[in-house]
Write a protein of this length. Structure first.
Length: 269
């Protein structure tokens, strides 16, 4: 069974506010592959584990019809409440039971979600719903982020990482799929025509508030918050204060560069 970690309305709202869309380099990697495999133009793309729709919006620019699916009703409601293109719709369902006919989907994607799925069941569904020649693009960003701001980037990253490392102590064991760069997910993809790219770097425009909010949106932080709400809140407050002091600024709206590394598994049926 899939692991459900993003169920609460409060968590979904934080997720919608602070999670970022796929970066430019990741987008280009996926689109270039789909063009190479002649999967664009296409009728139907399905974004599995869509959360509040950040990746789904990107797909809406390239496909005639896009459906985002997620097991969390709260996440899907956040996605529906966010303005989007008219060719995008959402529905609630497990990644392992997609309500699409055999051979009906042109492109199947999953952004920073596949490690929560029952991998074997999801892969069988991918093979079932994809058309012959259909493609999959399964990606995640990794945990080794960094921050850049003026001449204090190294110190700022250290402040961020100290907080992030404490949060990651509360990670679910499924983080192992991310830590091994989706190698196990790549190996499980049931198509001989496939590849895995582990060095896609993107600069995500952020603010200090956004970086702290991103950490708050993580499942690991939410686990810590349930265990010790006071300690969780203090950790983020103290980290934000240290970040501002390190940067020599007072506003949490101050822009910073948030650098992430993406891993992407691509395949064609």
């Amino acid at each position: 069974m899939a692991t459900q970690m993003f169920e609460g309305k409060g968590h979904a709202a934080v997720y919608q506010k602070y999670r970022f869309a796929p970066g430019r380099e990741l987008q280009q990697t996926i689109i270039s592959y789909l063009q190479e495999k002649k999967a664009i133009p296409a009728e139907l793309a399905v974004d599995v584990g869509c959360g509040s729709g950040q990746g789904t919006h990107f797909l809406g620019q390239h496909f005639k019809k896009v459906v985002g699916t997620d097991i969390s009703e709260a996440q899907v409601q956040e996605a529906k409440d966010t303005p989007c293109m008219p060719n995008i719709s959402y529905l609630v369902c497990p990644a392992e039971e997609l309500p699409f006919q055999d051979g009906s989907v042109d492109v199947l994607t999953s952004f920073t979600a596949a490690h929560w799925f029952d991998i074997g069941s999801f892969m069988r569904e991918a093979r079932r719903v994809l058309k012959p020649g259909g493609c999959v693009a399964i990606s995640t960003y990794t945990v080794d982020m960094s921050l850049r701001y003026g001449d204090c980037s190294e110190k700022l990253t250290r402040v961020f990482r100290e907080c992030w490392d404490k949060i990651l102590e509360y990670s679910h064991d499924r983080l192992k799929y991310v830590l091994d760069n989706y190698k196990e997910i790549f190996e499980a993809l049931p198509f001989p025509d496939k590849k895995r790219i582990t060095d896609i770097y993107d600069q995500i425009p952020m603010t200090v508030e956004g970086v702290v909010g991103y950490m708050e949106s993580s499942s690991s932080y939410q686990t810590l918050k349930k265990k010790d709400p006071k300690a969780a809140t203090s950790l983020l407050q103290d980290t934000e204060k240290r970040m501002l002091e390190t940067m020599g600024v007072s506003s949490r709206e101050t822009p910073v560069e948030f650098w992430v590394r993406h891993v992407c598994v691509l395949g064609c049926k």
